[in-house]
Structures are given as C-alpha cells and as structure tokens.
Write a protein that binds this ligand. Sequence first.
Ligand code: ADP
Ligand code: MG
Length: 256
Amino acid sequence: MKLRVKELTFSYENKMILDHVDFAVRGGEFVSLLGPSGSGKSTILKLLTGVLPCEKGTVMVDGAPVKGLSPHFAYMPQNDLLFPWKTILDNVCLYGRIHGSLKAMRREARASFPEFGLAGYEDCYPSQLSGGMRQRAAFLRTALCKADILLLDEPFGALDVITRGEMQDWLLGIHRKMNRTVVLVTHDMDEAVYLSDRILILNQSPARITDEIEIKERARDREWLYGQGDLRRKIYSLIMAGAGEVRESGRNVGAQ
Ligand code: ADP
Ligand code: MG
C-alpha cells in the first residue's frame, strides 16, 4: 500500500471532528473522499500533511510511519491562491527551493506550461488569467513538487459548472499520464464518480469512513457519467444513511 491511514482521531477544542478514520490507497490509485460540507474532509488532508498535528492515529507511506511535514505529500489546499504580484512562472515555482535548484525547476515548469493549458502565460500575472487557468496554475505548482502523493482539496469548487467540467476532463487525462497517487476531497458526487478508482464515503461530523465504492470503468467520458444513475442513487442513499445514523445517535453538531 502506498498510503495507509489508521484510526485517525481529531478534535477541535472539545468537539470531535474525526472518529477513527481508516483507509488505504494503492500506488497510482485515484481515491476520492466524498462527504458533506463540514464533515472533516479538509481536516483529514491537513493531518496527513502535518499542517495540523496528529493527536491519535497513524499515517504510513510505503509502510513507514510519517509524522509532521513530509516530502511524500504535495498539497493543494481548498483556497489555493496565487500571489497577485508574482508572475505565473514565479507562482508555480514557489516551492522550487524546497525540491532542488530553482533554475532546474523553472526549466521543468516552463516545459509543463503547454500540458497545463498555460502556454504563453509564463510572464503574465494571475489577474490576466481566467478562473480555470488560475486553478491549473495552482495545480501545476502542486504537481511540480516531487512528492509521490497529491492531496487535492476541492480543487474545482470555486469554478462555474462549465469550467469545472472542463477541468475534470483535463485532470482525468493528465492523471493517466502522471501516474501519481491522488487523494481528492470533494462534496460533488459526480466529480467523485467521474474521476475516482475508489470513493470513500464520510458521514457527518465526527467523520468516519462508512462505505467504499470501487469504480472499475477505464473508458470514461461524459456520456458514461450521465449513464451512472444507479451508482449515483446508491451513493446518495449511503450518504443519507450516514447522516441519519449520526442524527439517531445524537452526535451531530445541532445535538451538542
Ligand atoms: P470539510 O472540509 O468536510 O467541509 P472541515 O474539515 O473543514 O470540513 O471541518 C470539519 C469541522 O471542523 C467543521 O464542523 C468545522 O466547522 C470545524 N472546524 C474547521 N476548522 C476549525 C477550527 N480551526 N477551529 C474549530 N473548528 C473548526
Ligand atoms: Mg473542506
């Protein structure tokens, strides 16, 4: 297993957010964490990257325990902003010094611009780009980190529905070429179905992984996605069952 997360438990002050979260991801696999807003998805990624200190539980990469900040993870936070006063090239090379020489990184970054749909925008500033292009630049910055696992927190959440669709098509294509392990956090069921090898369903806070759905289809396109009515129905009922379970046990925020 590339990544193994065992019994991750976390509270903010005295409010329990994660309750023994367990999952594993194989090398090269694309796994989505799907759950309602506020269920603790971003918290999971912050614990993996060491942005938040891990209280209880273990994170293992390639069988070895990981603590604190680790070079294994490239993290794209939920609101990843580009610095408005830096050019796109400078923005995407921001982590260059962490991962080797800045010169080599700039060369590699320039070579990646066409693939990320940014050719010709190297010396532009973020305000000169569309929303989708800015997201691709933020994604390029993450991808340029020499980490083997990409952690993406709702990377397309702020985009309009058409641009989001285009970005999902693009990510599907580029993931096949990149051959990297991806953990994507999303509350968008269609996004999870379209992009994932496996979907892990989180219930409401305190979050646990309640279900897991494997999606074997390799030849995906939008037509395939539109035909996935049964799968969507199943996921929806699993999410609702998870929400109901929490309500019954009185552990939801409103009952506290
Ligand atoms: P998601 O990403 O699934 O929307 P988060 O992981 O951001 O959820 O948040 C999970 C829960 O933790 C939410 O109820 C949120 O209000 C709470 N929370 C997030 N950040 C903090 C914080 N810094 N202090 C206290 N509570 C927080
Ligand atoms: Mg979040």
